[in-house]
Design a protein around this ligand. Structure first.
Ligand SMILES: NC(=O)c1ccc[n+]([C@@H]2O[C@H](COP(=O)([O-])OP(=O)(O)OC[C@H]3O[C@@H](n4cnc5c(N)ncnc54)[C@H](OP(=O)(O)O)[C@@H]3O)[C@@H](O)[C@H]2O)c1
Length: 317
């Protein structure tokens, strides 16, 4: 038996769903997870998805593309149904996709685009897929430590932590006052705080599955925040920063590369120890979120309000 054939047969009984596999951390993680099983690639651009699928197939693994715009709840529901119909032996769901805008905008359906993409979309996808996941499946969320108002590097970068008022207010793009000067930072920090809080509730509610969250470290070479940054920043990101990061990594703990983050995330996604309700740092060690996100009452409030908001949304939102 060739190496490739034995690789496929040893991983053939596992499938991993990953959102945002077309860029940055998600792309690197999809390629890493392909060593462990089949991939369900979930993203908004079919052509980009198929490019990643092709690379995975060249590695001797299998992949299927599912088109889904996470900022569009009806698209997320359709994608979840499509994934369920595939009837695959799912071993993991990685909610990785995310955006950070310098200036917050609204989705076509009138929702704050960041809150919809980073919180509502993964929340709906996860809840829709839970009934189809076998006991012991790993579900993880790629979040961000900028949700913590006391996180020094985040504060130095201009973040003021999550500014949650309510799920409804967040969907309208409203945040607690005295937030960040940079428009967009409050939306990002709040959306990440809301999905981190939700992950902790999911872990308590459904102990047969394993829900964890991951802070992947500062990865300055990815496309995050790239869609609405200037040409100079994009050029620096593409040609200069990738050369600097490996040199600086030994001195800056939180600095990382998609490849390194991918190895840590893949380890968490394939972990068979049954850990649930954990929040891991850029090295895969347990870390603490903000005081607010650790508060079970806050966590429950976010989930209750998110479910109520989603239930009240007109069909087609
Ligand atoms: N980079 C960092 O320093 C850092 C730090 C902490 C946390 N994170 C988190 O890590 C995750 C990955 O980010 P990254 O840095 O790798 O950024 P990235 O390179 O911009 O990748 C983001 C991915 O999300 C997808 N995506 C964006 N909007 C979407 C939508 N509406 N529907 C479906 N997919 C969508 C993108 O798809 P397209 O290719 O179609 O655009 C892309 O595949 C994010 O959740 C981010 O918040 C990153």
């Amino acid at each position: 038996m060739s190496n490739t054939t034995s690789h496929i047969s040893s991983t053939g009984r596992r499938a991993y769903i990953i959102t945002g596999p077309t860029s940055g951390i998600g792309r690197a993680t999809a390629l890493e997870l392909a060593k462990h099983g089949m991939l369900v690639l979930v993203g908004r651009d079919r052509q980009k998805l198929n490019e990643v699928k092709k690379i995975i197939e060249q590695q001797g693994a299998r992949a299927v593309s599912v088109v889904c715009d996470l900022s569009d709840i009806s698209s997320v529901r359709r994608a979840a149904e499509e994934i369920a119909r595939l009837n695959l032996p799912i071993a993991g769901l990685l909610n990785n996709a995310g955006i950070m805008q310098t200036r917050p905008t609204k989705s076509d359906k009138g929702l704050d685009l960041t809150f919809a993409t980073n919180h509502l979309g993964p929340f709906v996808l996860t809840e829709a897929l839970v009934p189809h996941l076998r006991d012991g499946t790993n579900v993880a969320f790629v979040v961000s430590a900028v949700e913590d108002p006391n996180r020094k590097p985040a504060v130095a970068a201009g973040f003021r932590g999550g500014r949650y008022i309510s799920a409804e207010a967040s969907a309208r793009g409203e945040w607690k006052p005295n937030g960040a000067k940079q428009p967009g930072f409050d939306a990002y920090a709040t959306s990440k705080q809301a999905i981190l809080a939700s992950a902790m509730v999911f872990a308590r509610e459904t102990p047969r599955l394993h829900f964890n969250a991951i802070e992947p470290g500062f990865n300055p070479t990815t496309g995050l925040g790239g869609s609405d940054t200037g040409t100079l920043v994009r050029l620096l990101q593409r040609f200069v920063i990738p050369l600097l990061v490996p040199l600086l990594m030994p001195f800056i703990r939180i600095l990382s590369t998609p490849k390194r983050s991918a190895k840590i995330i893949a380890k968490i996604m394939t972990d068979a120890s049954g850990q649930t309700g954990f929040y891991y740092d850029e090295r895969g060690n347990p870390m603490q979120g903000s005081a607010l996100v650790r508060d079970p009452k806050f966590q429950e409030r976010v989930v209750t309000e998110t479910r109520a908001l989603l239930a009240a949304m007109p069909t087609g939102t």
